[in-house]
Design a protein around this ligand. Structure first.
Ligand code: ADP
Ligand code: ASP
Ligand code: MG
Length: 812
């Protein structure tokens, strides 16, 4: 004997029911089979909603009832031929009964639990009857009324089963039964007065387990719409995967903490008789699914992660509680008397406070009851009035052998902390099969994904990017990610998703990742943006491993980094303004980044994609000391002075540099030396020196009136005017067989920048195109400096430098 249960979506329409019948036919070839079915699709929800409508407006209720009836009629038409007439008329009779109950509700204006149970029961009464008759046309089958077999107490909506009577009912029916397959409705039952009761929402799983236990079945199969019990809810965690084997206790723990795939009470009856439970997918029957048994094959220590939303926390605290026995007893008694379910308990070891987690819709009532129970203690100020907090969720990490797994809770809470998930309360069951935490509801999705990545880490890590600025650099950066994504997935087990993009006018968001094939079009049709609204959207979307990327050269953008970092969102920027602003601000950003566990990376601030800052950091972190830095750090100035000579004009060369993307949007920032000064400032600071931009002496080569121009047009006009001045600078160097290089130097705590004559034997002499070069003279490299050289400007290399910073974050 086997028991098979098919859930609502498995029987949502004729096509699905045909799949179900094929499975049942196959499974019943060599064995007798009991099949427990749910109501069709969402019928139970609709029946209940029609009941609530009937209280206000009978026409609305009738309309919903009509929709339900249409589905049932359609299925009869599609699947039943031989007995169509009889079945149709029996079904019509049931709908007539339902209608009269709704009409009664409308007149009485009252919907009791008893009536609600009665209404809800029609879903399974109808579905089991119809499917049994459809089956009869294909194989030997019959239908039996579950309410005759499963006997319960009077808790109409959450009835407790009387197993003694129920087991006898079931065995005596099946002993007499001659048919190969018996179809039964799940969820429904009756009390000793033959009034209809139900086993709780989702209760068909439980019905099936009751039958399996009574019959001593060799297997209970729960057929649903996913391929087993997953490591986390697959609708919330895309990377979740089916668990091949799991113990009864673990499955119970996961379902208790919200894994809806199995109704929590289901395990108990099967466990008592050690009946293995298999969870299978109606839409992928070949898939082995999950086996729940006493001796699962060893798997991960952490088996799965689940969560419950809509939780409230009730806290009782006060010095008056300490050492008084019976305090918690009164608390639990009060709640249990009113059948309020406690999901979670923690008590501080000082006994100064006790905290219980409840379903949100019980919270108000619970707090009222507890206020009453503890009235006299509250009045005498022995304890504080009851505190209720709403909008919470519980997440639980589940596994049988968690107790053997050192440091697991450390890993769990540090992963949550890194992603700015605030933990409100923690409990570790004494069984040590789960560690659970109460968090804000809005963080639930992020927390689940974070923990999943942490404990099922062989899977792919995911970074979520928010990109501001899609000019030269930003555009290339997006193109590089697009091109490289497959490689990263294969080789680094990393997916990079771009969730948000903005320019100065528009923004676009897609929490599944923006398609980088056509982001431009999407952005064009995006919503209006501002720094504030972009930030709010990023915060709202609340993804784990979030990174904000600044591809602009904008002051205001640089001022929002702090806000992102404080949300534990990493910042990657090619914009130098923040790091070259006041030392105080630079230091503060670094500290906030440390405090909130968010990276702040700006490799591209010096030498574009060249690993200059990273190398410097490695030197310092490994105990080296910087004595001197000598560098050519302006790709644009290098380009200009490499191309400028007696046969060209200065302004033409500058214009060309700008066109090729080697300059800042405002080329004067490069030519005035400000840009180089910022870079050497950043290198000095990263070397551990406290310096301000004003402390750097600049030898300007631009005439004063050129420096004072206010826009690019005036700037170029001024360059034309001063062509002779520039030719003279060139000639002076050329006469001495030297080349002009704009050199930055840091030594003895002081920095200078300026144009220098470089002789043929100097390492700077042969610097090509827009190349940069840096020489680090350090404790370990005192005479022969550590040298980094290569293309130091241009959108493509800058974009690749940003990309490298993003990868650094992924590798942390
Ligand atoms: P049925 O109608 O077959 O009883 P349910 O909707 O009650 O199906 O349960 C199946 C659903 O449970 C899945 O579609 C999935 O969304 C949800 N679910 C939640 N947690 C898990 C989990 N850990 N593994 C599998 N499914 C889960
Ligand atoms: N039909 C019932 C419900 O929706 C029982 C079930 O499907 O398990 O709650
Ligand atoms: Mg279910």
């Amino acid at each position: 004997m086997k028991v098979l249960k098919f859930g609502g979506s498995s029987v949502a329409n004729s096509e699905n029911i045909q799949k179900v019948l094929a499975i049942v036919k196959q499974e019943s070839k060599n064995d007798k089979v009991a099949v427990v079915v749910s109501a069709f699709g969402k019928t139970t929800d609709q029946l209940i909603s029609a009941g609530n409508k009937a209280l206000k407006n009978i026409a609305d209720a009738k309309e919903t009832l009509e929709t339900i009836k249409e589905l049932h009629d359609q299925i009869i038409t599609d699947l039943i031929t031989t007995h169509k007439k009889e079945v149709s008329s029996e079904v019509a009779g049931l709908f007539k009964k339902l209608l009269s109950i709704y009409e009664g509700l409308y007149l009485l204006q009252e919907l009791s639990d008893k009536t609600l149970a009665k209404i809800s029961s029609f879903g399974e009464r109808l579905s089991s009857l119809i499917i049994a008759n459809a089956a009869k046309e294909l194989f030997d089958a019959t239908h039996e009324e579950s309410r005759k077999l499963i006997t319960t107490n009077n808790d109409y909506l959450n009835a407790q089963v009387n197993f003694k009577i129920t087991d006898i009912n079931i065995t005596s029916f099946f002993d007499k039964n001659k048919h190969q397959v018996v179809f039964l409705g799940g969820f429904i039952s009756s009390n000793s007065n033959h009034e209809t009761t139900t086993l709780g929402r989702g209760g068909s799983d439980y019905s099936a387990s009751i039958y399996a236990a009574a019959l001593g079945a060799k297997e209970l199969q729960i057929w649903t719409d996913v391929s087993g019990m997953f490591t986390a809810n697959p609708r919330v965690v895309k990377q979740a995967s089916p668990i091949s084997e799991i113990s009864y206790e673990e499955a119970m723990e996961l379902s208790h903490f919200g894994a809806k795939v199995l109704y929590p009470p289901t395990i108990q009856p099967s466990l008592r008789k050690e009946i293995p439970i298999r969870i299978k997918n109606t839409f992928d029957p070949e898939n082995l699914g999950t086996l729940i048994s006493n001796n699962p094959k060893n798997g991960n220590e952490v088996k799965g992660i689940s969560h419950i939303e809509n939780i409230s926390l009730i806290t009782i605290e006060g010095g008056g509680m300490v050492g008084i026995p019976g305090f918690s007893q009164r608390l639990f008694e009060t709640l249990s008397r009113q059948k309020i379910n406690i999901v979670f308990i923690t008590q501080a070891s000082s006994e100064h406070s006790i905290c219980v987690g409840l379903y949100e819709n019980d919270a108000a009532k619970a707090s009222e009851l507890l206020d009453d129970t503890f009235r006299s203690e509250i009045d005498r100020k022995k304890i504080k009035p009851i505190i209720v907090e709403n909008n919470l969720a519980i997440i639980a990490v589940v596994g049988e052998s968690l107790k053997n797994y050192q440091g697991l809770s450390g890993q769990m809470f540090s992963a949550l902390g890194k992603n700015n998930v605030n933990v409100r309360a923690i409990a570790q069951g004494s069984s040590e099969k789960n560690i659970s935490a109460v968090i804000n509801k809005k963080d639930a999705k992020k927390a689940l994904n974070t923990l999943h990545e942490q404990f099922f880490g062989e899977k792919i890590k995911q970074l979520n990017l928010f990109v501001t600025g899609v000019g030269n650099v930003g555009e290339r950066f997006l193109a590089q990610i697009h091109k490289q994504n497959e490689f990263l997935k294969e080789n680094l087990k990393l997916t990079i998703r771009v969730i948000g993009i903005s320019n100065s006018k528009k923004m676009v968001f897609d929490s599944d990742g923006i398609n980088l094939e056509n982001w431009k079009e999407k952005l064009e049709n995006g919503a209006p943006t501002s720094l504030e609204s972009f930030y709010n959207k990023v915060k709202e979307s609340n993804h784990r491993n979030s990174v904000f990327i600044d591809n602009t050269a904008n002051q205001q953008v640089s001022e929002v980094y702090e806000k992102y970092l404080r949300q534990s969102i990493s910042v990657v920027t090619c914009n130098k303004i923040a790091c070259a602003s006041s030392y105080e601000n630079y230091k503060a950003l670094k500290e906030i980044s440390r405090k909130f566990n968010a990276s702040f990376l700006f490799e591209t601030n010096v030498g574009a994609g060249l690993p200059i800052i990273d190398t410097l950091k490695n030197l310092i972190n490994s105990g080296d000391q910087i004595h001197k830095i000598q560098a050519v750090l302006s790709g644009s100035l290098n380009f200009v002075f490499n191309n400028f000579n007696e046969n060209s004009t200065f302004h033409n060369v500058v214009e060309q540099a700008q066109q090729e993307g080697y300059t800042e949007p405002d080329p004067k920032i490069d030519l005035s030396g400000v840009d180089v000064a910022r870079k050497i400032l950043i290198l000095a600071r990263e070397s551990g020196y406290q310096l301000e931009l004003e402390d750097i002496s600049k030898n300007a080569f631009l005439p004063l009136d050129t420096l004072e121009t206010k826009n690019n047009e005036d700037f170029y006009t001024s360059l034309i005017k001063h062509e002779n001045h520039f030719q003279k600078i060139y000639a002076e160097a050329n006469d001495k067989d030297c080349r002009l290089k704009y050199v930055a130097e840091f030594k003895d705590g002081k920095a200078t920048v300026g144009l220098q004559h470089i002789a043929t034997d100097h390492p700077f002499y042969n610097l090509e195109g827009s190349d940069n070069i840096v020489l680090f003279f350090t404790e370990r490299y005192p005479e022969n400096p550590l040298l980094i050289k290569g293309a130091g400007a241009g959108a493509e290399v800058t974009a690749s430098g940003i990309f490298a910073d993003v990868i650094r974050i992924a590798n942390q």
